[in-house]
Design a protein around this ligand. Sequence first.
Ligand SMILES: Cc1cc2nc3c(=O)[nH]c(=O)nc-3n(C[C@H](O)[C@H](O)[C@H](O)COP(=O)(O)OP(=O)(O)OC[C@H]3O[C@@H](n4cnc5c(N)ncnc54)[C@H](O)[C@@H]3O)c2cc1C
Length: 469
Amino acid sequence: MSASGDTTGIPYYHYRWKKKWLADYVAWPESTEQVSSIMKFASDRKIPVVPRGGGTCYYGSASPTRGGIVLDTKRMDKLIEVNKEEEWINVEAGAVWEILDTELRKQGLSLPVAPQSGVASTLAGWLAIGGKAGIGTPKFGSMVDNVVGMEVVRPDGTIDIVTGDDMMPFFGTSGITGVVTSIKLKVIPTPESTEGLMFAFQELERAIDALSRLSKTKTQPIYLRLTDLEYEWRIQGGLPPKTTGLFFVAATYSGTTDEVAESIKTSRGLFEIAGGEEIQQAYYEKNWEDRNIVEMKLKLEVPTLSMQNFWIPLPHIEPLVRKMYRIAKDYRINSCFYLVLGGSSMARLCVFAPSDHRHWMHFMSGKAMLHRLVKMMYRQGGELYTIGLQNTVYIKKYQPNDFKRFKALRKKWDRKGIMNPDKLTHCIMSYTRMNLMFTMNGNFRRLQAVLRRAKNILQIPVAYQEGHF
Ligand SMILES: Cc1cc2nc3c(=O)[nH]c(=O)nc-3n(C[C@H](O)[C@H](O)[C@H](O)COP(=O)(O)OP(=O)(O)OC[C@H]3O[C@@H](n4cnc5c(N)ncnc54)[C@H](O)[C@@H]3O)c2cc1C
């Protein structure tokens, strides 16, 4: 069970209630040769194989849907080579980000980028979901920009070294083209200083404006985040101190002490001009310390957490967030968000619908809200950030070219269809059925609300009402 589920609860629902979707076998290979043997064995017998790292990806990406083998790569975590002069390392792909970073720091090196799930997720896991926005990405680019080469095992068991454009079929493709076994990754000298600051804003547009202005300066934060009050309250277990602000921008810089001080000065000036109010440094520091666990804290805070991840240009964030509040209010449910900057003015916007699945209408209304936001997001020129199992249905409907590309990749590399089946190239539910279900649910919930029968089951000290908490 621990190798078959993830944070979404969808796999759990299937194997708990429908008695399917559990892995038949779990393999923990310790070398590329072992991965190759497993792939040959599976390919000969047409057994499905699901590569898996930390299993931190939402959306059922690393969960089996047809049984078979879960190929857990976490024992492949050796640091093979360190080249300090040329600033790269060669490392097995199941290495966990934070453990690797700690190891590298002993040698005066650091990882330029990492996901916020770095305490548990693996190098290949982030690569396979695209690795576009995380810590370091506004300054050092995404995973694509930091991988120099990789060793892979093709679905038929062949071992290959890939570089340049040949690596592209492995980014954001959920392992359907093969198992990544080791990665040659850029590293940087450990920065002298890492510091940041946090500002509160009364209005969403001002906070977004400050954020986008800052992203255009030369300051290059390693982490730039926007959150709302409910999110802050949920992850920190209390309201931010001494502020009446509703939206919060946090920026973190790393580099030489002088560079960092200069960048902080610039951003402070910019935030002040935008009407922001500085938050106590201790609060910012707690937030930074918790950067790798905040989403999990949110998950622990509420019985059931539904979420959706958008990849959207900064100027299109505001209408989407406003719509989120409006629907949440109409449906009498909770919603909150956080946003982190990737590279080139694109942001990863995570919208949460905290709920309790035992209150079916409340829970389904959260899902219906996320569905409506996805439709709006596509009209705004965004894309879904992670595809996995759960979002393939949207890719087929709204990103037909990507869907075709995934199918072509599967056809080219995985003719027997054994690699992570049902991800990216096949939908387990039809869009029409899903759309109908959520539309009916949303309308029914609104009717309940009009008749004063829709109860918000979650207690919070803040409530967003027509633009004001
Ligand atoms: C608290 C938290 C914070 C997060 N923060 C971020 C963030 O800042 N940025 C971000 O982009 N995402 C983030 N995520 C999402 C998630 O962490 C990333 O998707 C993560 O990097 C996945 O890594 P993993 O090792 O857990 O992969 P898994 O969940 O195990 O797998 C993810 C996908 O990769 C495939 N895969 C795994 N290993 C291999 C391999 N060796 N070869 C080929 N395919 C493979 C799997 O089949 C699956 O499709 C966060 C998640 C959590 C829970």
